[in-house]
Design a protein around this ligand. Structure first.
Ligand SMILES: C[S@@+](CC[C@H](N)C(=O)[O-])C[C@H]1O[C@@H](n2cnc3c(N)ncnc32)[C@H](O)[C@@H]1O
Length: 218
């Protein structure tokens, strides 16, 4: 008997939580070293968000908190959420900002009211989710962001040049979670648009192996 689309989605999402928590349990200790290439990306994300003074920012899947720290350093009121307690443990240990609150929360089911935040940001985490969860997470980001507020997504992309593209794909696939190939084959613009997010700007990063997209709600 063949498995229906919904049964397949259920199997994929049931496996996802233990898989991704286990993945980042192993990875947490070396994450800040592995993520060194993202050091220059943090400021670019802040610039793309272009949030006003005192804005309330939600950093989805904050991990060890590097992007959230960058927002907090700029004076915003920041909430960072993640489902990996191993990643959050490192974030909490390094957090020196009174304006940053870190919480253990599933981004697919945010415990925040509608339209709470001026900015919702997700950096280098959507590729760590199966498509059904990814869609839900982006939907949740749109829900908790104010009308006219900003949604920023930074993640992997594929460089234009064929050989560079092939090498980047093989290299990233080697160390990334099992959801990366499916993510990279999909359309991030389409995903954001489906959640009612209007794309306003895009900036390539990491020599074309990454992208920052700025969208607006409504
Ligand atoms: C590669 S790390 C990125 C961390 C951080 N955003 C950064 O830019 O360095 C991906 C993070 O996504 C988190 N994550 C994956 N699925 C999640 C979910 N459904 N809810 C919250 N966090 C999630 C993982 O636990 C992990 O910490």
């Amino acid at each position: 008997m063949s498995t229906s689309y919904f049964e397949k989605e259920k199997i994929v999402t049931e496996d996802y939580y233990p898989y991704i928590k286990g993945f980042f349990k192993k990875f947490a200790g070396i994450y800040n070293i592995a993520a060194l290439p993202l050091v220059t990306v943090r400021k670019k994300v802040i610039k793309m968000a272009a949030a006003g003074e005192g804005a309330e920012v939600l950093d989805i899947a904050t991990g060890t908190g590097k992007q959230a720290f960058a927002f907090a350093r700029n004076g915003y009121k920041v909430t960072g959420i993640d489902l990996s307690e191993d990643m959050l443990k490192i974030a909490r240990r390094n957090n020196k900002y009174a304006n940053l609150d870190l919480k253990e929360v599933d981004a697919a089911c945010l415990p925040f009211e509608d339209s709470k935040f001026d900015v919702s940001c997700v950096s280098f985490a959507l590729h760590d989710m199966p498509s059904a969860i990814r869609e839900r997470v982006v939907g949740e980001m749109a829900r908790v962001t104010k009308q006219g507020g900003v949604i920023v997504a930074a993640d992997y992309a594929l460089p234009k040049n064929g050989l560079v593209r092939y090498c980047a794909y093989r290299f990233i696939r080697w160390f990334e979670s099992k959801y990366y190939p499916e993510f990279i084959d999909n359309n991030l613009h389409g995903l954001l648009k489906k959640a009612g997010i209007r794309i306003e700007a895009e900036r390539k990063i990491l020599f074309g192996a990454g992208v920052i997209i700025r969208g607006a709600k409504g």
